[in-house]
Design a protein around this ligand. Structure first.
Ligand SMILES: Cc1ncc(COP(=O)(O)O)c(C=O)c1O
Length: 394
């Protein structure tokens, strides 16, 4: 029997592939150190756990609730968004989904028709192009350069613009590069998108993880009616809550109504206890986030210095998220037996040295690799020492 033709056009998550292999080796007793995972190594704050424990006794939380999410959480999102991101949103214009990933998915299904084009600057988070394809659209990848610190320009966007262009995916700080656009740079892009009547899907999951320099303003600040803007956010990265699966969309009435319709047939409400966990996280402020950020900042400096001191590696120092994205192309031309691309190189590092990085090709950037520094300091140091030793004589 035939299955969907999607099978031929979608690739599985490459970040998951390397972490699965790393987990397998670990299970076999190998001393694997993972730089692959896109999640903080900190526990979820204890007050979140306490609130969830208490809420689990309430029978109301054992039943279906509103598709768009609990009112208390939507109110908290509206409040904290105004406080931290500087734009107003009506709690009725928010849909809570199963993580930022699901929010992006809902958004794309809500706005795309068959063969609509979505602009995606590369290096990109690996899910964007696949989610666009699943939603029936066509990802239009725009390659940015190391020399431009991987920032897309209006000129590049203009070159990719067609009658079919429906949206741009916008993320700053970025996964995988950690790059943060300045206010001025962002404003130029927003102006361009508004002028060309294109949706900006603004993925703001890393907004609280900026170490220096100015924060990128949300496009919603300039588009108070959400005519062109759809904001995606969630608790995974900022509150160390990846496993709770809570993200959300903020948009105009039309977007929210269709997203609710879609979600009503797909998943209904997000688990009530997870929503209560997210409410607790937002209510309790950013103290825990800032502690985590301080630790990430130290690790960023340490890891950056290690890569920067290796002659054959080029690296930019990013201002945000928890990733470095070094150029490792020097090692990708058979200096090591059977290693001719970033995928081979990362597999070699994992097989021979038990250190897991994600190959750049997963993010549309061959010749690079992503190093997540969201791991404990001892492992970070040990893993990077292994890396330096591994490439020392190449
Ligand atoms: C840029 C970006 N957006 C969205 C997500 C999705 O986060 P989650 O689905 O865990 O909330 C991630 C996770 O890695 C991400 O890196």
């Amino acid at each position: 029997m035939d299955i969907s033709k999607l099978n031929n056009i979608i690739t599985p998550s490459g970040t998951m592939a390397i972490s699965n292999k790393a987990k397998m080796l670990k299970k076999e007793g190998k001393p694997v150190i993972g730089f692959g995972a896109g999640e903080p190594d900190f526990p979820t704050p204890s007050y979140v756990i306490d609130d969830v424990k208490a809420a689990s006794d309430n029978p109301e939380n054992h039943k279906y609730t509103a598709v768009a999410g609990l009112e208390i959480l939507r109110n908290e999102i509206s409040r904290t968004t105004s406080l931290y991101s500087g734009f107003e949103s009506d709690p009725n214009n928010i849909v809570i989904s199963n993580g930022g990933k699901h929010a992006i998915f809902n958004t794309l299904i809500s706005i795309l028709d068959q063969n609509d084009e979505v602009l995606i600057p590369a290096p990109y988070w690996t899910t964007y192009p696949e989610a666009v394809k699943i939603a029936g659209g066509i990802p239009k990848i725009i390659t940015t350069n190391f020399g431009d610190n991987f920032k897309v320009t209006v000129e590049q966007l203009n070159d990719s613009l067609t009658e079919k262009t429906k949206a741009i995916v916008w993320v700053s700080p970025s996964n995988p590069t950690g790059v943060v656009y300045t206010k001025k740079e962002a404003e130029l892009i927003y102006e361009w998108a508004f002028k060309n009547n294109i949706w900006i899907i603004s993925d703001e999951l890393y907004e609280h993880l900026i170490y220096e320099g100015e924060k990128t303003p949300s496009p919603a600040i300039y588009d108070s009616k959400f005519k062109n803007t759809i904001v995606i956010n969630g608790v995974a990265k900022a509150y160390s809550m990846t496993g709770w699966r809570v993200g959300w969309i903020i948009g105009n009435d039309e977007v929210i109504n269709i997203a609710k319709k879609i979600q009503s047939h797909a998943t209904s409400n997000v688990a009530n206890l997870s929503q209560i966990a997210a409410t607790s996280a937002l209510k309790n402020g950013l103290d825990e986030t800032n502690k985590m950020k301080e630790a990430f900042n130290k690790r960023r400096d340490y890891a950056f210095d290690v890569f920067n001191n290796i002659n054959n590696i080029k690296i930019n120092k990013p201002n945000g998220a928890f990733y470095l994205f070094p150029d490792i192309s020097y090692y990708c031309d058979n200096k090591i037996e059977k290693v001719s691309n970033s995928n081979d190189f990362c597999n070699w590092l994992l097989d021979e040295h038990y250190i897991a990085f994600v190959p750049g090709e997963v993010f549309g950037a061959e010749g690079y690799m992503r190093c997540s520094y969201a791991l404990g300091e001892k492992d970070l140091k040990e893993g990077l020492t292994r890396f330096s030793e591994a490439v020392k004589d190449l």
